[in-house]
Ligand binder design. Structure first.
Ligand SMILES: CC(C)(COP(=O)(O)OP(=O)(O)OC[C@H]1O[C@@H](n2cnc3c(N)ncnc32)[C@H](O)[C@@H]1OP(=O)(O)O)[C@@H](O)C(=O)NCCC(=O)NCCS
Length: 187
């Protein structure tokens, strides 16, 4: 039996989740939060090192950054069988909100979207990415290290709303007006 959230995710994505995949909240479960965080640390470490961010200890930098912002009551994981195979860590928009000043309504910030390599290409990332809309938020914002080289992927549905030295800031609006001004990525 699919949950209401999973049904909404399928509506938002227009695709059906694989039968053995569930999208579930973390709070109130025995999912080990530190394991979810460490999977994100491993995934983002190479791009963080090449960005030069937190030079002294990039792994600790990512870990602390996530731990200080994550809202476990909003964050979701993908479970396949018994294993956690992906996550979308979310928070209430923090400083990034300055760049999102034009956005109205209640937003959420996507902190880390990760699917384990062996489970990619099955629609799990797409399902997790749809969580903010399925939860009923008006918009989602996110920062993306430039060294991840994935802005093209995000701009398939999001708008570029800001830029820092090593980060792009993007937003997807589900309800309400689109942001008017956007910086342009260098070709
Ligand atoms: C991004 C990621 C979660 C996609 O997971 P997945 O289960 O393979 O994705 P799916 O098969 O469900 O869907 C593919 C979708 O993801 C998007 N995608 C693929 N690689 C991506 C990437 N590196 N960054 C952002 N989006 C990506 C595709 O554009 C596609 O979008 P579509 O819905 O418009 O077709 C996965 O590749 C991953 O964990 N990458 C490493 C972590 C990362 O870079 N996360 C983004 C941080 S900003």
């Amino acid at each position: 039996m699919r949950t209401e959230l999973e049904n909404r995710i399928e509506t938002v994505t227009g695709t059906v989740l694989p039968d053995d995949v569930r999208i579930v909240g973390i709070e109130g479960t025995d999912i080990i939060r530190s394991e979810v965080i460490e999977a994100c640390v491993r995934e983002f470490l190479p791009a963080t090192i090449s960005s030069g961010r937190w030079q002294e200890d990039p792994a600790s930098g990512i870990r602390q950054d996530l731990l200080s912002s994550v809202d476990w009551s909003l964050s979701m994981v993908a479970v396949r069988g018994d294993a956690v195979v992906g996550c979308y860590l979310l928070s209430r928009p923090g400083d990034v909100n300055a760049a999102a000043a034009e956005l109205s309504g209640t937003g959420v910030e996507g902190l880390a979207l990760v699917v384990l390599k062996s489970h990619r290409g099955f629609g799990i990332g797409r399902a997790l990415r749809a969580v903010p809309e399925a939860m009923g938020f008006d918009y989602v914002v996110g920062t993306h290290l430039k060294t991840l080289g994935n802005l093209d992927h995000w701009l398939r549905r999001r708008h570029l709303i800001g830029e820092e030295d090593d980060m792009w800031i993007t937003a997807e609006v589900f309800n309400g007006p689109l942001p008017v001004s956007s910086p342009q990525p260098a070709p």
